[in-house]
Design a protein. Structure first.
Length: 91
């Protein structure tokens, strides 16, 4: 079939969420983690790595309103950016 998983129908969305939750639990992570947390991490990390380029991050996250993207600025404002750079081998 035309889908990645070989079926004729797309997989139900809840099946993906269930698989994500299983991975979180098997990895020993906080069971309250959700897919939204991964999106937030992506946005925050991207802002830090681009030096706070709001327009670029807005485009990548497909936010219609720049104010939505601005909500992720707290990670840069909190002073955690140098710590993140160390994690990515930047320093």
């Amino acid at each position: 079939g035309p889908y990645v998983f070989g079926g004729e129908k797309p997989l139900p969305v809840n099946l993906f969420y269930k698989a994500f939750k299983e991975v979180v639990l098997r990895a020993g992570l906080d069971p309250s983690l959700t897919l939204h947390h991964t999106r937030h991490t992506y946005g925050s990390t991207l802002l830090q790595l681009t030096g706070g380029d709001l327009r670029y991050v807005q485009e990548k996250m497909r936010h219609a309103d720049i104010n939505t993207t601005k909500q992720y600025m707290h990670t840069i404002m909190s002073g955690n950016a140098p710590e993140l750079a160390l994690n990515y081998g930047e320093k």
